[in-house]
Design a protein around this ligand. Structure first.
Ligand code: SF4
Length: 343
């Protein structure tokens, strides 16, 4: 399908091949570019993109002034590319996940206002045919792998002749998810050592900013503020009781979400009777985002379904998520106040 893309479209959808061709990026010239005046501006653009992605909040469209002149469009696309390079140098899946989530949301919010032809073109560039009322089971399963709402589960879908029916509104949601999946699949980029060492100050700044974001959201880890369900799981584990997979998932995701490092979480699991270091390491890293999807702890409704909601108290009556319980209890106890709820 032929679609005429304007210059500003290249900035809106920097992952398109046309956008990449427009800046003509190449690894050979990257270190030279980084030391040029344009390179320094592009690095600033890249850092801004990453900082926004770390805020983990819904993107405000006003944050993006879409450039329309050739030089600014080039800098904007270069910023997109450099953000991916910086994150690849940082080699942290959680950072990659945050960046692609932001990029997918950013592109998607522009797509919502596009004429159908352009939207179909961008969707097809990430391998999704949004003109169809259904997707093949294989593609559907691949796209929804990171979506945890019940409605996406195959058992809750209308499936026939190897295809899953999808409404136009759902197709939009799947388009955003597909952009995220495709962008994530390309990471980490293979970045020459030399380039990573030039970008070392930026990588360190981003690592520190991420750590700060987590700490600002939840403050330091206060075990006494854990909700009763999580306390019960931790107690069962440290007491040497085997807990089922759903319980391990809930506990690990919760601890990861409040900022506990993988090493600390694994330490907790050491006390389980069936402790297996490599298996635990794999599971913890998987849930913490190494697999490409950073999981969020289950909501109270899901915890009830799994039979994990126990000893609920008066704070439980006011919350719908164990993470919100944790924030509320910390507030009540006068601990560090969280800044922006993410769930
Ligand atoms: S209501 Fe929610 S926070 Fe409270 S125990 Fe149940 S699952 Fe945990």
């Amino acid at each position: 399908m032929r679609v005429s893309l304007e210059l500003k479209d290249l900035a809106k959808y920097p992952f398109l091949k046309e956008s990449q061709q427009f800046i003509g990026a190449s690894a050979d010239t990257l270190d030279r570019f980084l030391s040029s005046a344009s390179g320094r501006i592009a690095v600033r653009h890249a850092m801004e993109r990453i900082r926004i992605s770390l805020r983990m909040v819904e993107r405000d469209r006003d944050e993006d002034r879409i450039p329309s002149d050739s030089i600014d469009v080039k800098l904007s696309i270069s910023g997109y590319v450099l953000a991916r390079i910086i994150i690849s140098c940082a080699a942290d899946r959680a950072l990659m996940e945050r960046l692609v989530r932001y990029e997918a949301q950013r592109a998607f919010s522009f797509l919502l206002d596009e004429e159908d032809k352009k939207k179909v073109y961008v969707a097809s560039s990430v391998g999704l045919d949004i003109g169809e009322p259904s997707l093949s089971v294989v593609q559907y399963v691949e796209i929804v792998a990171g979506l945890h709402e019940e409605r996406w589960r195959l058992v809750n879908r209308d499936v026939g002749e190897g295809r899953v029916s999808v409404s136009p509104a759902e197709m939009n949601e799947l388009l955003r998810e597909q952009i995220r999946v495709i962008l994530f699949r390309q990471l980490p980029l293979r970045v020459p050592e030399k380039v990573c060492s030039i970008l070392k100050p930026q990588v360190e700044e981003i690592r520190a900013a991420y750590q700060k974001t987590i700490l600002e959201q939840f403050g330091t880890v206060e075990e006494e503020c854990f909700p009763p369900c999580i306390q019960a799981l931790a107690k069962a584990l440290t007491g040497g009781t085997n807990i089922p997979h759903s319980g391990r998932f809930a506990l690990t995701a919760f601890l990861h979400n409040i900022g506990m490092g993988a090493a600390q979480i694994i330490e907790l699991y050491c006390r389980a009777p069936d402790f297996d270091l490599s298996k635990t390491q794999y599971q913890v890293e998987h849930i913490s985002g190494r697999s490409g999807t950073e999981y969020t702890a289950p909501s109270c409704a899901a915890m009830r379904t799994y039979g994990l909601c126990v000893h609920s108290d008066s704070i439980c009556e006011k919350v719908n998520h164990p993470l919100n319980y944790y924030r509320a209890k910390k507030r009540r106890e006068g601990k560090k106040e969280p800044t922006s709820p993410s769930d």
